[in-house]
Design a protein. Structure first.
Length: 347
């Protein structure tokens, strides 16, 4: 039986923390569950998952649908699209069976690339290599999640670049159904021809790249990494962009700032999945509204900056050891209105 290899290349950068990552994990499970009910898919579909953030790795090697177990997705700093494409090309080389004169190889693989941001590495060399050597051998569908996606780059990679906006209750379910339907359609069409048809796209849900957003939106969120003073475990604070009208008697303008969306415990492997170069942007804390508590120990604030420039949790004006540089720091109540600069990630 000839296999239909399906690769999911998933953006696990820090902006995906919380709901989005959970949705992607649940979505993958839902896709696999639905595919297993389809006899064509069950016979032919093999699935693999490549995760990428600052680095990229195969977290589920290509296996048949019945034996596939959706992996837990990691989280890291950075969106290294170039590195992800290199990992994908290496995986295509090593896992896909090629057709030879005396053997029928695999069907043309399908790749679903999901990303919610813009690359933090330079993906140009990888994109050129993809277009020169791989674009004809695989069907790549790039799906941008939300407004901050770099469609210019995705458009250079594939004609099948589309955007998904999760605006209404039930949209995500429809989206998952569409991915499933497109895999099923392709598993049915194999054997008929090499042309793969994508399932009809619900226009209200997906906008094909033919009409790209005229301008890439500003970054939708800011993420900051800290460590718990007591447990030394890392956490991630996420701030979402919010626009507010500020009106005075004489003029009106829109001010954008970032409001706290949540503070999430991180695994230590966050640092393994991160690209340190993607962490060097600075943000002024005065642009950030809201201070979360520590998700590990419950300390009052997770937003205390040590002199070493790193963030830690504290419970009030007190002395404590910085979990990063190990120095003793004392915090006083200063009503500093100007804020201070802290390093931030660029998932
Ligand atoms: Zn803590
Ligand atoms: Zn320190």
């Amino acid at each position: 039986m000839r296999r239909l290899p399906v690769f999911f290349v998933l953006d696990c950068s820090e902006s995906m923390v919380g709901d989005s990552l959970q949705k992607m994990e649940d979505g993958l499970q839902a896709i696999v569950r639905a595919l297993r009910t389809d006899p064509h898919a069950l016979e032919t579909v093999y699935i693999s998952v490549i995760a990428f953030a600052g680095v990229a790795k195969t977290i589920a090697p290509l296996v048949e649908l019945v034996s596939f177990y959706p992996p837990k997705l990691p989280l890291g700093g950075g969106t290294s699209l170039g590195v992800a494409l290199e990992a994908l090309m290496a995986e295509l080389d090593s896992s896909v069976v090629k057709t030879t004169p005396d053997r029928k190889g695999d069907w043309k693989p399908i790749v679903y690339l999901f990303t919610d941001g813009r690359p933090t590495d330079n993906p140009n060399a990888a994109i050129d290599r993809w277009n020169a050597k791989y674009a004809k051998k695989a069907t790549l569908i790039a799906v941008g999640l939300g407004q901050s996606v770099d469609f210019e780059t995705l458009g250079r990679l594939t004609d099948n670049a589309m955007m998904f906006e999760d605006t209404q209750e039930g949209d995500f379910k429809k989206f998952i159904n569409w991915v499933t339907a497109s895999v099923v359609a392709q598993s049915k069409s194999v054997g008929e021809s090499d042309a793969q048809s994508l399932a009809n796209i619900d226009a209200s849900l997906m906008r094909i790249f033919k009409n790209p957003p005229s301008k890439q939106a500003d970054e939708a969120c800011i993420t900051l990494v800290g460590r718990c003073q007591k447990t030394r475990k890392p956490y991630l604070m996420k701030y979402d962009r919010a626009i507010r009208d500020v009106a005075t008697r004489d003029f009106k303008l829109q001010v954008s700032h970032f409001e706290i969306a949540g503070c999430y415990p991180l695994e230590e492997d966050y640092f393994i999945w991160s690209d340190p170069r993607a962490m060097d942007l600075k943000v002024n804390s005065a642009d950030l509204i809201g201070t979360p508590g520590c998700p590990h120990c419950g300390n009052f604030t997770a937003f205390a900056a040590c002199g070493c420039g790193k963030l830690m949790c504290i419970n009030g004006p007190e002395e404590g050891f910085c979990p990063w540089c190990k120095k003793l720091v004392s915090f006083s109540c200063s009503g500093d209105e100007d804020g201070f600069d802290v390093g931030r990630g660029r998932g």
